[in-house]
Design a binder for this molecule. Structure first.
Ligand code: FUC
Length: 966
């Protein structure tokens, strides 16, 4: 690991030194020289259940708060009871090559019942969505409260960068855009403490679709937010003649108001309403710049101790804030200090975009409560967030719905959050308000130092299991730059191996912070979101995304943190059985493409993607992998019934296609991709896509092996083995590429982000360069054809593919692409993935899967452990030229073997292996090298050195083996 000294030296060389930044290790810390102005620059903290994003502003510290069970929606029956009756006809049409007709049938009879995911905008349908808990705001000094605007009619933008705040961001380049649903659109603003009396206002049209411009509106004012007076009105105004045109209006009846609101009537014939800017003169303003008076500012996320540190000087006083979230004490903690007594004066507020009420319960405590939509207009999950102020010196008092701290020496803030979500995981509370009180009372009995010490011990126990060093020299100059400049420099080609190490460490950090035993699994957002309507509902997508979240768990030595995923899988068995009966009249359980905390297992609402049947099979891979990497038989015994019933579903549902008499799935999709039929029509619904076949080979194989290990179900084992052999095989198309479907159909979108037929290369490993060289070549050709470009997670997957193909430099190129700086969160399916300043993976928008996939990909370049009866330890299978020397400690191979390795000038020097089980292990050295010796306690370890340079050793649990290479 880098020493502190080498970094501080380079910082001084660059003239960028700040006091705190010199303490930051560039491989384990993200540092910034400015506060965050956007979510994707803020610092993520989490204890698995609660999350926080630290902005670190000087005038206002905004902290986005999260709680993993804050889901709208509610349990729902999504199955069409007699859908199975449509199955024979759908299969007949598929067998006859009439895929679009089959798709019509799926649309009519075989999609879910109800609104499904609400086309990815499910906040207000039963599917629901994961939502932000709200904001904690600390307002310093005498800065007036920034006016805050909101959409009082409850309309939500389809993407986070078109939400209501973009109407007052001072930029005509951004807009507020929503679907009005035929209802008046209400914009409301709280101008702050002081009443205002504006006399003019301005509206600016957005950049496109004139029909969406405001045409009929009313402006009202209110002193108390209850009684409203009309200030101005316009009807049937002509559409704005130009895009981004600003028009000014005089207010007909000015009146003193604290609250102001516009009601815009929807324009007939258009679905959307949009406006680039709303400016009430003298009231709305650009957000104040927070850096005006601050000096020597730094903001650091320390991955080792899991704390966000903010420090700066103002008027000669040094201010410091430390933020963390404790798993042992279940509270978010902030400590604020200053080096001159009596310097801390600020106001504390808790807010949310909708459905909240904040009250001061006493002079040092705020309580925010609310209830989410159950998706039927009724009451869903209720939540509570409670904040307590513990101040040394000065005064603390309540003022309406905030707390005011004056002239304190030091302040500790404790925040607890809870919901009454009851389901497969989480706290199962009925009184979240009471729970937050109990959590705070307990935590408040401990000193700050005790809270911090307990949180550090807990976090470090996970984090320190693994260490990675990708350079042996002094830190590169680029590594000393603040994050934004560091990413920009790296994208321009600056050497910065520490950045890759940081990305790896960050992935493990995020898993530790978003997935803890007993809790809900990490979703598309991990646990971090500032929206009400999160992109794609912040759900669990089963056609790669939730699985990718857990790729680092085993190799990254965080096996226990996969438990939430295992529980999610177990929870899908009961609803999945019902779905299997309704749609297939079959045994077993199935989950399709998406799920939520309410047990959604039905197909999605559109045939083009919702017919994907592999979700449950892909989930079950993780149950097997957990066993493979731990050798934990008890776990296997627990998981076996889930695997078995999953396999039974597919056994009942594979059918013989007419051409080759192979067994295939169908109806299905190759996730989200489409193809062209010979008659030129485009289709998505198909039978036997390659990915399904690979997943079934894997599932049937793993289930049979599990049965064998546990000594059960001989007959089932035979059936699995027989049917496995009859599944449609991997095929190479006339263009030499691995085929995606049964036929070599041309693709309308050849660069599609999903590379589903390479499931057999990664995560499954039935395609390997040594075991199946022809298929590996076909896989490589497919990958070349798809191109490197992709969404965030797609880039991350490609790192893993190239690593499996043994091409370290190509994997590194994809890692560079994943690390390229991106901004803007508009949804992009075509490519343009990368990283934001805080290293969050951008699809775009922010989607955490790529962080985990990239982390696993880096590990995959250094160590691979393909599935076999004997655990295999393949060292440096894809080392790029960019990392000639380095070391790692604590990565895991199958069989629960911990591996340490040092390499120099591209050559492995020595490795240490330590197992938790007795048994053989096979060691494969880097290309061009051989195992020279394997020693146990200074003597040759039992085993054999093979002629091809590999070795097999007989390991005893708890013993340390030292491997040398030549
Ligand atoms: C699938 C992917 C998208 C996105 C979404 C959450 O629909 O195809 O790219 O990742 O899931």
């Amino acid at each position: 690991m880098k020493t502190m000294k080498s970094l501080s030296t380079s910082l001084f060389a660059l003239g960028l030194a700040t006091l705190s930044a010199t303490a930051a290790d560039p491989a384990t810390a993200l540092w910034f020289s400015t506060p965050a102005t956007k979510f994707e620059q803020s610092l993520p903290l989490g204890n698995g259940r609660m999350g926080a994003m630290i902005f670190g502003g000087v005038d206002e510290e905004r902290i986005v708060l999260n709680e993993s069970s804050l889901w709208s929606g509610s349990p729902d029956d999504n199955d069409r009871a007699d859908a199975f009756q449509a199955l024979p006809e759908i299969r007949r049409l598929l067998a006859e090559g009439k895929n679009p007709e089959a798709a019509d049938h799926v649309m009519k009879n075989f999609t879910c019942q109800g609104a499904g995911s609400g086309h990815g905008n499910g906040a207000n349908v039963p599917f629901g969505c994961y939502q932000t808990l709200g904001n904690l705001r600390l307002k310093f000094g005498d800065a007036p409260d920034a006016p805050s605007s909101r959409c009082a009619s409850g309309h939500h933008a389809l993407s986070a960068d078109q939400e209501v705040e973009f109407a007052t961001d001072g930029s005509v380049a951004t807009k507020w855009c929503i679907i009005h649903e035929g209802k008046p659109v209400v914009w409301e603003m709280d101008a702050g403490k002081v009443a205002v009396r504006p006399t003019t206002y301005r509206l600016t049209s957005a950049e496109d679709v004139p029909g969406r411009d405001p045409r009929t509106w009313k402006l009202e004012g209110s002193v108390d937010g209850k009684a409203w007076m009309t200030l101005d009105e316009h009807q049937d105004e002509p559409v704005f003649a130009q895009r981004n045109e600003t028009r000014s209006y005089a207010i007909a009846h000015p009146a003193s108001s604290r609250f102001l609101r516009f009601t815009f009537l929807p324009n007939p014939g258009v679905t959307h309403f949009q406006v680039a800017e709303i400016a009430i003169d003298g009231v709305t303003s650009k957000p104040a710049t927070t850096m005006a008076k601050a000096k020597n500012y730094s903001r650091i996320l320390d991955l080792v101790t899991a704390a966000g540190e903010v420090a700066y000087e103002e008027n000669g006083v040094r201010f410091q804030r430390t933020h963390f979230i404790s798993a042992p004490d279940q509270v978010f903690v902030s400590r604020l200090t200053a080096d001159r007594p009596g310097s801390l004066s600020f106001k504390v507020a808790l807010d949310r975009k909708e459905r909240f009420q904040t009250v001061a319960v006493n002079d040092r405590e705020l309580l925010m409560t609310g209830t989410l939509n159950d998706g039927r207009g009724g009451k869903g999950v209720s939540y509570a967030g409670r904040l307590r102020v513990l101040a040394k010196g000065g005064t603390v008092k309540a003022d309406a719905n905030r707390l005011i701290i004056e002239k304190a020496d030091e302040v500790v803030l404790l925040f607890a959050a809870a919901t009454d979500y009851r389901g497969f995981a989480g706290r199962q509370l009925s009184d979240p308000v009471g729970a937050t009180r109990t959590d705070l009372d307990k935590a408040a009995k401990k000193s700050y130092a005790k809270l911090r010490a307990a949180q550090k011990v807990d976090h470090e126990k996970w984090f320190n299991r693994v260490a990675l060093n990708l350079s042996n020299g002094p830190a590169s100059p680029n590594a000393a730059l603040p994050m934004a400049q560091r990413l920009a420099g790296f994208a321009k080609g600056a050497s910065d191996p520490e950045l890759a190490a940081l990305y790896f460490n960050f992935g493990r950090y995020l898993l530790i912070s978003s997935s803890r035993p007993g809790g809900l699994p990490a979703n598309l957002q991990g646990i971090w979101a500032e929206e009400i309507q999160t992109p794609w509902n912040g759900d669990w997508h089963l056609d790669i995304n939730v699985q990718m979240n857990y790729w680092p768990a085993q190799v990254g030595n965080l096996s226990e943190l996969q438990e939430p995923l295992n529980q999610l899988i177990a929870s899908l068995v009961a609803p999945g059985r019902k779905t299997a009966k309704a749609y297939y009249n079959s045994r077993g359980w199935v989950a399709h493409v998406i799920t939520n905390p309410w047990g959604f297992t039905a197909p999605g609402e559109h045939a083009s993607w919702g017919a994907t049947t592999g979700g449950s099979a892909w989930l079950c891979e993780h149950l097997w992998t957990q066993y493979a990497y731990t050798g934990d038989r008890k776990f296997l015994a627990w998981a076996y019934p889930i695997l078995k019933e999953c396999a039974l579903f597919y056994l009942d549902n594979i059918w013989e296609e007419p051409e080759h008499h192979w067994l295939v799935t169908g109806p299905s999709n190759s996730p989200e991709n489409s193809f062209k039929l010979p008659d030129g029509r485009t289709a998505q619904v198909c039978m036997g896509p390659t990915i399904d076949m690979q997943q079934l080979r894997e599932l049937f194989g793993n289930t049979a092996r599990a049965a064998e290990i546990l000594g059960v179900d001989d007959e089932l084992r035979r059936e699995l083995t027989q049917k496995r052999a009859r599944l449609a095989p991997n095929q190479i198309g006339p263009d030499g590429r691995l085929q995606e479907w049964l036929q070599p159909y041309p693709e309308p979108e050849p660069h599609h982000r999903h590379v589903s037929p390479l499931y057999g290369l990664h995560p499954y490993d039935e395609i390997t360069p040594t075991g199946t060289p022809e298929l590996a070549l076909a896989a490589r050709k497919l990958l070349e054809g798809r191109g490197d470009e992709g969404t965030g997670w797609s880039l991350a997957w490609k790192i893993n593919f190239w690593a499996r193909l043994g091409d370290g430099d190509r994997a590194y190129k994809l890692l560079q692409m994943l690390l390229r700086p991106v901004s803007g969160s508009a949804m992009n399916y075509m490519g343009g993935g990368g990283s934001s300043d805080n290293l969050f993976c951008f699809h775009p928008p922010f989607q955490i899967d790529g962080n985990f996939g990239g982390c696993a990909g880096i590990a995959e370049m250094l160590l691979q452990s393909p599935g076999a009866a004997t655990p295999v330890i393949h060292l440096l299978p894809a080392l790029p030229a960019a990392w000639p020397s380095g070391s790692f400690r604590g990565l895991r191979a199958q069989g629960g073997i911990e591996v340490d390795l040092t390499w120099q000038d591209g050559q492995a020097v020595s490795a240490t292996l330590k197992g938790v089980n007795d048994g053989p292990a096979s060691i494969i050295p880097p290309k061009g090298q051989s195992v020279a010796s394997v020693m146990l306690k200074g003597k040759r370890a039992p085993g054999t050195l093979n002629r091809d340079g590999s070795a097999i050793i007989q390991m005893k649990r708890g013993q340390t083996y030292i491997v040398r290479f030549k």
